[in-house]
Ligand binder design. Structure first.
Ligand SMILES: Nc1ncnc2c1ncn2[C@@H]1O[C@H](COP(=O)(O)OP(=O)(O)OP(=O)(O)O)[C@@H](O)[C@H]1O
Length: 306
């Protein structure tokens, strides 16, 4: 089998008059954590469904591990995939362990995996309780345990941290990183861009069914040419001197008050600004630099909200 886990080539998908996807091409490499972001209705869930073989393409092709998702051969490939849908629906009258055993049977995975998986996602103590009494975060953890059944080498996660508290999110990504280190490839969507930004290796920004941008965060930053923001905390009485010095630099915008200056400049000018500031150590209390966030990039590439 080919080593490319996902190859999407010129894919279109129509629902009647709605063009949900329009000429989407992307490649997900083995072992990477790949993010899929976009505004509501951008086509993320549709692309997930096509990659999972749950819906047919209208045009183009999706291949997973070199096998077209439209063909019969894809059934065998699908067994190696773990999937957490946006709304993981489960059986409220069963206990967590019973639910997981049910999924294990469906996936033809030995039931003996279930106890250890529930421990791994932090549900060990609650495994004998009915799911009806689980919180949203506990249900999400159960969904995650279901994903990990059978040690899949390709994992799709649609808004996986919905309902998790800060500790739950941290723990979730710790387990995910473990799974990735063991060689799994992960495709993930999230509306919480700050969360994705720190974790994905590469990502795609979908906008109205098209790929608006694709690459690492650093590549997207370089393509988008968004400014860096430098915040300078000043010792009292020096703001006019600092203003005068920075006014001699080219291509920056500045807002300066008694004790703080906000400077917006092209990334290529950042070092020049820092050089000026380094000659003013007597006036500068502290400096911090903020690079464009994924949210800035997302909005720049046509996202409507994060
Ligand atoms: N089964 C369907 N029938 C008709 N239109 C659909 C269907 N599924 C999706 N669409 C339309 O396709 C477009 C893309 O929808 P999709 O659910 O893929 O977007 P999304 O990026 O996942 O949005 P969200 O972030 O809101 O979940 C939307 O215009 C949606 O209304």
């Amino acid at each position: 089998m080919t080593s490319v886990p996902i190859q999407v080539t010129e894919v279109t998908k129509r629902f009647g008059d709605v063009q949900a996807l329009d000429g989407v091409s992307l490649t997900v490499q083995k072992g990477e954590m790949f993010g899929l972001i976009g505004h509501n209705g951008a086509g993320k869930s549709t692309l997930f469904k096509l990659m999972l073989g749950l819906a047919p393409v209208s045009g183009g092709e999706v291949c997973v591990h070199g096998v077209s998702t439209g063909g019969k051969a894809f059934r065998d490939v699908r067994r190696r995939i773990g999937y957490l849908p946006e709304n993981f629906v489960t059986y409220d009258n069963l206990t967590g362990l019973e639910v997981l055993r049910l999924f294990a049977d469906l996936k033809r995975v030995p039931r003996c995996e279930c106890d250890a998986l529930l421990e791994r996602v932090g549900l060990g103590a609650a495994s004998g309780r009915r799911v009806r009494g689980y919180s949203k975060g506990m249900r999400q953890r159960l969904g995650f345990a279901q994903v990990l059944l059978g040690n899949p080498d390709l994992i799709f996660l649609d808004e996986p941290t919905n309902g998790l508290d800060a500790e739950g999110i941290h723990e979730f990504y710790r387990i995910l990183r473990d799974v990735q280190e063991q060689g799994a490839t992960i495709v993930i969507t999230s509306h919480i861009l700050a969360e994705i930004q720190e974790r994905v290796d590469r990502l795609v920004i979908l906008s109205s069914g098209k790929v608006a941008a694709q690459g690492t965060i650093a590549q997207l930053r370089a393509q988008m040419v968004l400014p860096s923001i430098i915040e300078v905390n000043l010792h009292p009485g020096y703001h006019q001197e600092v203003h005068g010095a920075l006014s001699r630099a080219e291509g920056l915008q500045m807002r300066i008050g008694e004790d703080v200056a906000h400077i917006s400049c092209a990334q290529s000018e950042k070092v020049a600004v820092l050089q000026i500031l380094s000659t003013m150590a007597h006036a500068v209390r502290d400096i911090s630099i903020r690079e464009p966030s994924l949210e800035d990039l997302f909005l720049g590439y046509g996202g409507q909200h994060a």
